[in-house]
Each structure stands twice: as structure tokens, then as C-alpha cells.
Design a protein around this ligand. Structure first.
Ligand SMILES: Cc1ncc(COP(=O)(O)O)c(C=O)c1O
Length: 453
């Protein structure tokens, strides 16, 4: 559920008509709802409350510092994967203790930065290789601090909505195998004589199975494997006080796609409750579940191009794969609909074939709504992959119309690029009846800013 709704045929973000935002800020623009962000963060907090987890928002999914600041105000920590994301989390007011630093390729300068935060280094490094652990130990020793480390384990469970977002398969570059993690823990045992190694403390285990996961089953397979390893590490003398389950909870791209967080929580809590009661700290790192449905992408139709010969109609928009990469990269589905429609075409559900108040069971079983025509919605980029929606039944669309791509809040703006030298889009945050530009649209001057003599 989100707070983007049609009132008398006009799409609103909370209390603001999207046409007002387009008039003030232009297009393409990402528009976020504060109420949806709050709702999704709160749903997770409530569902997992018995485990009292540290919920670290995956900054990569939606890194605007105004969004991060709001989530920090709700009590969330941050999951970062670069010095850039770390800088954003700190700028948003996140305590270093509530930051986990993940990522398979942390450069030495990034490690130094994460160990130099004040008043203390970041709360946790999620470590993915023996050489990375060596680098962290060397940095910590040089800086005279101790790094808290969780070993990222690959529990070999295939999960996730697309092969590109599965991260725990045998061929994945992510994490350590259970054997590698065991060997590393042995090498860094607390009794280790090496001075440098003494500057890291292996305090936890981490996993991240993949993204767009819509059933708790993969977590049920993977968690016991981590718990068994945690017990082995404890036997070696490590104090394993943290289990980081990663992110991955799916979002609602089609109405009804995403299970409620309680579905995950009810399955996971029984596996961990006794250990939490005995002092184990649980971390989760959701991104998509919180941010995806909290954002839409607003785009304007530049041209409608009909080919009599093939019968195809192309709706050419000012947003493309440079603005929202997911359809081109993952073949991802984003519900797309005009920001203003006649009352009978207000969609009740989102999906390839939406339903309407007037949709009867009979018409649903046959063709799409008679007022819809099948079109391709494309962007301005010089790539054939630049398609936002292929063969999609849509209401009549004219040049200059505003369209909305739903569930675009996660991995939307964060993956946007300047390909074909288009400046990056604007971002707007709505709160009830007010809206604020939280990232101004880039200008042509911005494009050249780093290339001037
Ligand atoms: C280590 C890690 N944690 C958390 C996430 C967030 O995943 P999601 O947005 O599916 O919740 C990711 C996504 O790539 C990740 O790599």
C-alpha cells in the first residue's frame, strides 16, 4: 500500500496533485511520499519487534540524504557500501554505531574513513574475503582502533526476483563459503598472537540472500546454517553477538506482490527468539521494501509515434533507461499510468492488466478494457533496450500528457545515469499537502562542471 492515489481522476501524492509538482519542478522527476516511507519502516519495526532488531536501511536503494534523515528520525540505522554512502548516512545524522559497512570491494581509503568516524568507528564491517579482513586489521592497527566485524557468509540458497539480484548462489561473487569463514575465524581467533589481527573482533555473521524475495522459505533454509556456524565460532573462542540477516524483502510491483512483513517475521522469529533473549543482536538491511512503493517517477510524453505498417504505437517520454534502469537491466515491470484519466479508467489494481471499478468478471476473463490500446512506452536514449513498458494496454495518451511509473522509489534514482548526456532528474519529497525539492534538477552546466580546464 502507498499514498499515490487518484482523486476525481487526478493522481495525487498524499495531498498534492502530481500535475502541480510537474508544473513547479518539471519532468522527469522522482516523487516520494513521506507517509509511505514511514508506514513501511513502521510495518517492519512492528513485525520484527520481538527480536528488537537494528534495522539498517540499505542506502543504495534510495540514497537522498533527506530520505535518509527521515528514516534516521524513525530510529533506523544505515547499511552502506561505499565511502559515498557512508558520507550520506553521516550527513543524515546516523550514529556511526548504527552503520554497517558492507560491500565486496572496500578500498583502503574507504576502510580508513569508516574507522575514523566520531565518536567511534562504524558499528560493523561486513567482510567478504580474507584479504579484506587483512586490510581492515592493518587499517585498524595503524589508526589504533578496533574494528567490529561480521563475516558475510554465502549460505548457498538461490533466492531473488531475477538472476542479477541473486547473491547467494555457488557462482556468486559475494561472501565467504562456510568453509572459508571457518578458516578465517580460526586464523583470527581471539588468542591470536599477531598484533595487527588483535585490532579486529569477529563479532557476528552476515548474509544477504538476494532481492525481491517474496517468501520466507530462503531465510528458513539459510538462518540455521548461519546459527550452526556461529556455534562453531563460539567454540573457537569468538563472542558472536550479532546475526545480520541482510535485506531482500520484496516490494509491491503488481498489486498483491509483496507479502506483509509479518509473513517473514512470523517465520523467522521462532528461529531466533531464544538466542535474542540470551543476548544475540539481530540486524536486518531492508531497502526495496521501504523505498520502492514510496516513490514514483513522473515523466512527460514528448511524442506519440504510430507506424501504420506494423501497427505499433510508441509513446516517447522524457524519462528513459538513463532515469529508470530497472526495465532495461532486469526486464522489471513498473506499472505505468497517466497522471490524469477519466473516472472509469482509474485503476483499482496495478499490474499488466489493471482492474477498474467497472471491470466485470467477464470482461476481465477476456480482453483488456475496451478503452485501452496496446503501446510501447520508450525513452529518448539511443539504445533499443530503452523501453519502460512493452506492449502495455494503456488509456489514450497524447503529446504533453504526464505519466507516472509506480514503485520506482528503490533502485530508481540511485541507478540513474547521465547517459547520452542527459542531466540527472529532480527529486521531490511530499509531506501531506506540501512538497519540497530534495534534489534540484541538474543543469547543462552541471554536466560540464568536472571537465572544465
Ligand atoms: C548486502 C546488502 N544488504 C541489503 C540489500 C538491500 O536489499 P533489498 O533492497 O532487496 O532489501 C542489498 C541489496 O543489494 C545488499 O547487497
Amino acid at each position: 500500500m502507498d499514498h499515490f492515489t487518484y482523486r476525481h481522476g487526478t493522481l495525487h501524492a498524499e495531498g498534492v496533485p502530481l500535475a502541480d509538482i510537474a508544473a513547479a519542478v518539471g519532468t522527469p522527476t522522482y516523487v516520494y511520499s513521506t507517509a509511505t516511507l514511514t508506514r513501511h519502516a513502521t510495518l517492519l519495526q512492528d513485525a520484527f519487534a520481538p527480536l528488537r532488531p537494528l534495522i539498517c536501511f540499505a542506502v543504495k536503494s534510495c540514497p537522498n540524504i533527506h530520505i535518509l534523515r527521515h528514516l534516521v528520525s524513525l530510529g533506523l540505522g544505515m547499511d552502506v557500501v561505499s565511502a559515498g554512502e557512508l558520507t550520506r548516512a553521516l550527513a543524515a545524522g546516523c550514529e556511526p554505531a548504527n552503520i554497517v559497512f558492507a560491500g565486496v570491494g572496500k578500498a583502503r581509503a574507504e576502510i580508513d574513513l569508516a574507522l575514523s568516524t566520531r565518536p567511534a568507528p562504524v558499528g560493523q564491517f561486513n567482510v567478504e574475503s580474507a584479504q579484506e579482513l587483512e586490510a581492515i586489521a592493518a587499517s585498524a592497527s595503524a589508526l589504533g582502533v578496533t574494528a567490529r566485524v561480521a563475516l558475510r557468509v554465502n549460505p548457498m540458497v538461490a533466492a531473488g526476483g531475477h538472476v542479477h539480484i541473486q547473491t547467494a548462489t555457488p557462482t556468486s561473487k559475494f561472501g565467504l563459503s562456510i568453509d572459508q569463514a571457518r578458516a578465517l575465524a580460526r586464523a583470527y581467533s581471539p588468542n591470536h598472537a599477531d598484533h595487527t589481527a588483535g585490532h579486529v573482533r569477529i563479532a557476528g555473521l552476515h548474509m544477504h540472500l538476494g532481492s525481491s524475495i517474496v517468501t520466507p522459505q530462503p531465510y528458513l533454509l539459510a538462518i540455521p546454517r548461519l546459527l550452526a556456524l556461529a556455534d562453531e565460532l563460539a567454540d573457537m573462542g569468538h563472542t558472536i553477538d550479532t546475526l545480520d540477516l541482510g535485506g531482500g524483502f520484496g516490494a509491491d510491483y503488481n498489486t498483491g506482490d509483496a507479502p506483509a512483513p509479518t509473513a517473514f517475521a512470523h517465520a523467522i522469529i521462532p528461529l531466533l527468539q531464544a538466542r535474542v533473549n540470551a543476548g544475540l543482536k539481530v540486524v536486518i538491511e531492508p531497502g526495496r521494501f521501504i523505498a520502492a512503493n514510496a516513490g514514483i517517477l513522473l515523466t512527460r510524453v514528448l511524442y506519440v509515434k504510430h507506424d501504420q505498417g506494423t501497427g505499433r504505437t510508441f509513446i516517447v517520454c522524457d524519462a528513459g533507461m538513463n532515469t529508470l534502469l530497472r526495465p532495461a537491466l532486469y526486464d522489471a515491470f513498473h506499472f505505468l499510468w497517466p497522471a490524469r484519466v477519466p473516472p472509469e479508467l482509474v485503476p483499482l489494481t496495478r499490474g499488466h492488466t489493471p482492474t477498474f471499478a467497472s471491470t466485470t468478471a467477464q470482461s476481465l476473463a477476456h480482453a483488456p478494457h475496451p478503452q485501452l490500446t496496446t503501446v510501447d512506452v520508450v525513452g529518448p536514449i539511443c539504445e533499443s533496450a530503452d523501453v519502460l513498458a512493452k506492449a502495455r494496454p494503456l488509456p489514450p495518451i497524447a503529446q504533453g500528457d504526464l505519466l507516472s511509473l509506480f514503485a520506482a522509489g528503490a533502485y530508481g534514482m540511485s541507478m540513474a545515469s547521465r547517459y547520452n548526456s542527459h542531466p540527472l532528474p529532480a527529486e521531490v519529497l511530499v509531506n501531506d499537502r506540501a512538497f519540497t525539492t530534495i534534489r534540484r534538477r541538474e543543469t547543462l552546466d552541471d554536466l560540464l562542471a568536472h571537465e572544465r580546464d
